[in-house]
Design a protein around this ligand. Structure first.
Ligand code: PMP
Length: 391
């Protein structure tokens, strides 16, 4: 039987980025004690208040269909949170509830770009972006984020990538996998580029609560951009609830209408009990979120300090997010071989960054998704591996 062109466009887009993870899972199933630092899945407990509200909602049988793009109270709470954080107006009609930031990125881009359009993305990219762009039939145009500039965007290079076919500049800050937190000036520069060339600015801010080096700047905070800015975020990372698949898209009210149509023919809405749980997290700044950010900051410091002892390696302290990059270009191995041999000899699973794009070649992405003691153990194993390699 024949499958659609879409089925082909979304296939094999992660360039083998997850092969090591799959190998680590096989080893664990065979009984090996593997330290998994591959997936950005928070290991912390979610806030009790969120869990209690969700359980209460289930017991109250909040199990019926819900409004397609979210309960008015939930959309209003997201809008109020965005307005509070950015200082720019945001109303419930600017907000659509979607299945996680991932669902939001997919839905939003479906409404922004199509066949023949170009979407400009700083690279390395988060692994799903290429598939999302492919699903639209649009073409991905990458612009390098270079290690020499701490993986911060180069505005001239971005400007040079604009063509008459460009439709969208898609940024991600705090950035996965590099940990860069773009500065306000950088984001303002990208916004100016969007205004000059009549482009959308799509901003993935899923790590917005995990900025360490400087405050997170939301694209929504930029004046004069409300008609062309789309921000996507979620509670997955900040509240350690990726299983909720709860996220949102913030953009012009007209986009919300298009997203309504898309969500109607796709998920038909977000579960009521999930929205009830999420509402508790949206209406207040729960102390658990600050605790989680400080935990990641401390873990990143610990790992970066330990890895200073690893010959041929240089840890890149993250400005935000939940990953540490390890530059292993001095080790004599390419990242894939380093990661495979590290897994085989020391049973630590990390991802080679080549799969996220060529600018991060020679780097490993180490997720900070293990408790302090286990992370220390992992760091010591990596140092031992690097020493054996150097000897
Ligand atoms: N964007 C980035 C950059 C991510 O790292 C992730 C999750 N790893 C997502 C989006 C998707 O997050 P969510 O769980 O909210 O769908």
């Amino acid at each position: 039987m024949r499958y659609s062109p879409l089925a082909e466009r979304i296939a094999g887009m992660d360039r083998g980025a997850w092969d090591i993870h799959a190998e680590a899972v096989r080893r664990r199933e065979a009984g090996e004690d593997i330290i998994f630092l591959t997936v950005g899945d928070p290991d912390q407990d979610p806030p009790d208040a969120v869990i209690e509200a969700t359980v209460t909602a289930l017991r109250a049988h909040r199990t019926h269909y819900s409004p397609t793009i979210g309960y008015p109270a939930v959309r209003q709470a997201i809008a109020a949170r965005v307005a509070r954080r950015t200082g720019e107006a945001c109303g419930a009609d600017n907000v659509v509830v979607v299945p996680g930031a991932q669902g939001g990125l997919y839905c939003a881009l479906q409404c922004l770009a199509g066949p023949g359009d170009e979407v400009i993305v700083p690279e390395p990219i988060y692994a799903t972006y290429e598939g999302v762009i492919g699903a639209c039939g649009a073409r991905m145009v990458t612009v390098p984020l270079r290690p020499e500039t701490g993986f911060h965007p180069d505005l001239d290079a971005l400007a040079a990538a604009v063509t008459p076919r460009s439709r969208v500049i898609w940024i991600n800050t705090p950035h996965n996998p590099t940990g860069a937190v773009f500065t306000e000036a950088e984001i303002a520069g990208i916004a100016a580029l969007c205004r000059r060339h009549d482009l959308w600015l799509l901003s993935d801010e899923v790590y917005e609560d995990l900025a360490f080096a400087r405050p997170h700047t939301s694209a929504w905070s930029l004046p004069g951009m409300a008609d062309r800015t789309v921000v996507v975020s979620s509670l997955s990372k900040s509240h350690a609830i990726p299983a909720f698949r709860f996220g949102w898209v913030v953009g012009p009210a007209a986009l919300s209408s298009h997203l309504f149509n898309l969500v109607l023919c796709m998920t038909y809405g977000s579960p009521a009990f999930i929205q009830d749980g999420a509402l508790v997290a949206l209406q207040q700044d729960l102390p658990e979120v600050d605790a989680l950010r400080e935990e990641y900051r401390a873990r990143a410091c610990l790992l970066a300090a330990l890895l200073r002892e690893a010959p041929g390696c240089r840890a890149v302290p993250p400005e935000g997010g939940m990953f540490v990059l390890l530059d292993i270009r001095g080790s004599g191995l390419v990242a894939g071989d380093f990661a495979r041999r590290l897994l085989a000899t020391e049973r630590v699973a990390v991802l080679p960054c080549d799969g996220f794009g060529p600018s991060a070649a020679g780097h490993l992405r180490i997720a900070l998704s293990a408790p302090y003691a286990r992370l220390r153990d992992a760091g010591e194993r990596i140092v031992r591996f690097a020493r054996a390699l150097a000897a």
